[in-house]
Design a protein around this ligand. Structure first.
Ligand code: SF4
Length: 335
């Protein structure tokens, strides 16, 4: 197979994301990751690096793509046709190059696309997080590759209690480590200032969808208007290129809604992360439709255009999903 062009590599990544995973013999994989947060929580995956791109691939035995290990390389075929070859990449904690830790793997809210409330995961305290990071730093290979710390969390008791807990953990980490720290939580009236004062460098508040009707029906008890206001405040306090928000693609919204929503966020200085929905076995798939590669490419290219128009740079991010790029087509890195 000839080396694919750069555009072709982006298309390959889009096809892999759209499919959601590859059929692979799990025994050939080193560290399989099982994310504890977000729509793909609880599903097995691994990281694949090829031609300057990174993608997180689910282990999906009914996938159209089959991956095999050939020497050091992983080769992915579509039926019998080779489409790409690359390498496995180890995660440090959740993803490569970051200690990305989910503090509360539970949630009192019940967004209909998110499996976290149904997984009954563990909860960590400050000591658990500090221990996890000390263990990473005690391993020379992991320590050498560690570029950032990131924390995310469901809500164990109340959004305010959660933010206070996370702020205390960040304060402790800030005193010990000279690494960029990112944080992703549900906002509260003073969360932005609290987390900034604690030492966070970047922040993410997820709108999940910018379709107001869909948001109301899918995220009972949460407020889209409040999240958008919190994002505006976050840009004031953290600055441009340091505030992020996930927009899920495939909840039933149309492209115009996503593009208008992206522009609203970009206009106020927020970098959207376009995330394909996961049709999770624990959640009803009603209304959900994982976007195809063409849709992902179209929306990512539009996002790149909007970011350029408003002078934002996704490749300046140091923490969380924008530098990782595993799950998304990231402007300025993939497109
Ligand atoms: S893109 Fe974000 S959610 Fe996906 S593996 Fe990377 S850090 Fe995790």
């Amino acid at each position: 197979m000839n080396g694919p062009t750069t555009d072709r590599n982006t298309e390959i990544k889009a096809f892999l994301i759209a499919e959601g995973g590859v059929d692979i013999d799990e025994r050939v994989l080193g560290r399989i990751t099982t994310p504890a947060s977000g729509p793909g929580a609880g599903l097995k995956s691994f990281f694949f690096r090829f031609n300057g791109h990174r993608v997180r691939l689910g282990v999906k035995h009914d996938s159209r793509f089959k991956a095999t290990l050939e020497g050091e390389q992983v080769v992915i075929r579509d039926h019998s046709k080779e489409i790409v070859r690359g390498y496995l990449e180890d995660a440090i904690a959740h993803c490569p190059e970051q200690a990305f830790i989910t503090v509360s793997e539970i949630c009192i809210f019940d967004c209909s696309f998110c499996p976290v409330p149904l997984l009954g995961g563990s909860i960590k305290d400050q000591k658990d997080v500090e221990t996890a990071i000390s263990r990473i730093l005690a391993d020379p290979k992991l320590a050498r590759n560690l570029r950032a710390i990131a924390l995310t969390s469901g809500v164990r008791e109340s959004p305010q209690r959660e933010v206070e807990l996370i702020a205390a953990i960040i304060r402790a980490l800030r005193e010990k480590y000279d690494l960029p720290i990112g944080v992703s939580v549900y906002p509260t009236p003073n969360s932005t200032q609290l987390l900034k004062d604690a030492g966070a460098d970047e922040i993410k508040y997820n709108v999940e969808t910018t379709d107001h009707q869909l948001f109301e029906s899918m995220c009972p008890g949460l407020s889209l208007e409040f999240i958008i206001q919190a994002l505006k405040d976050a840009v004031e306090i953290f600055g441009r290129n340091k505030v992020f928000s996930n927009i899920l693609v495939g909840l039933g919204e149309d492209d115009d809604t996503i593009i208008t929503g992206m522009e609203e966020l970009i206009e106020i200085g927020v970098i959207p992360i376009l995330r394909a929905v996961v049709e999770h076995p624990l959640r009803s798939k009603k209304g959900l439709r994982r976007p195809n590669a063409e849709r992902l490419l179209r929306l990512a290219r539009k996002e790149r255009e909007l970011l350029d128009r408003y002078g934002l740079r996704a490749d300046e991010a140091k923490t969380m999903c924008a530098p990782c790029t595993g799950c998304d087509l990231m402007p300025h890195r993939d497109v």
